[in-house]
Design a protein around this ligand. Structure first.
Ligand code: FES
Length: 107
């Protein structure tokens, strides 16, 4: 297996209803996650980019959260409509999508 150039973690954490931290699942991360996996496959990026559905990444209040390493960039809240831009601008173009970046006091 080739070593990926970037690794995308997509929070898929769920919590019981009424939990004080809520969760990315409650905020719709499943559709974001599905679209990231769909575009990853469609663009045939398996050798260059790794994608992992993860547990909580930390900043639940800005979820759905997406974290990209080694760039150490946290995005949130991410919607399905944002996924194409994350692929084309960041994952392929190596440019951070600043409008989706978590505020500096969060990440
Ligand atoms: S539940 Fe997604 S970042 Fe915490």
């Amino acid at each position: 297996m080739p070593r990926p150039q970037k690794h995308v973690f997509v929070c898929n954490q769920a919590r019981p209803a009424g939990h004080p931290r809520s969760s990315c699942t409650e905020k719709g991360c499943k559709t974001v996650s599905d679209e990231i996996f769909r575009q990853w496959q469609e663009r045939n990026l398996f050798g260059q980019i790794a994608v992992t559905a993860s547990g909580c990444l930390g900043p639940c209040n800005i979820g759905p959260s997406v974290l990209i390493y080694p760039d150490n960039v946290m995005y949130g809240p991410v919607t399905v409509e944002d996924v194409t831009e994350i692929f084309e601008k960041h994952l392929i173009g190596n440019e951070v999508v600043e409008r989706l970046q978590a505020p500096a006091d969060i990440w």
